[in-house]
Design a binder for this molecule. Sequence first.
Ligand code: ADP
Length: 190
Amino acid sequence: MKYFILFGPPGAGKGTQAGAMKQRYNLCHLSTGELLRSEIASGSELGLKAKALIEAGNLVPDEVVEGMIEERFRKTTGVDGFLLDGFPRTIAQAEALDLILGKNGKKVTAVVSIMIPDELIGERIAHRATIEGRADDASPEIVQNRINTYHAKTEPLVDFYRKDGRYHEIDGVGSIEEVQKRIFDLMDRF
Ligand code: ADP
């Protein structure tokens, strides 16, 4: 089993690229953002708790997403690996992931990081807001808070994974096809 982490700031194009990656490598795509949005849509207790945090541009508690991921690892069959999208998002989550995988003698295969400059983040999210209607895309203040949260809590993961050579950066500026080719060229090596 391979465990890929799809990393990058909000709006980097993770969701856009994930579909093709999942198909080419027979991976289960686990997006914590999508899992949380479906909890909200179903009106579950977890969804109710997550809603306010997400819509303010804050993170939900580590334990919540860790539990969701562990459950999916357990229940998913028939794939060659997982594509983690939006997880881990904090150092604590990365440590928890290592523990969860370590229990089964597994480890993160590679981090595929799609990088775009901050100026592009706002532009891409503003565009997505006109298409998808996500509550957390709706106002520039919330988007700015997500960018700040990314720099403060998520960006430290770059060093965390770089230290042991699992971190691989892709330039996320360019057409969808151009970025996809860069990703495939990298992932074909694993
Ligand atoms: P994006 O990558 O565009 O910021 P996501 O769909 O990945 O959006 O996530 C949307 C929101 O869901 C995040 O801003 C956060 O509130 C919550 N969320 C998603 N994944 C996590 C996580 N691993 N830890 C904590 N909160 C998360």
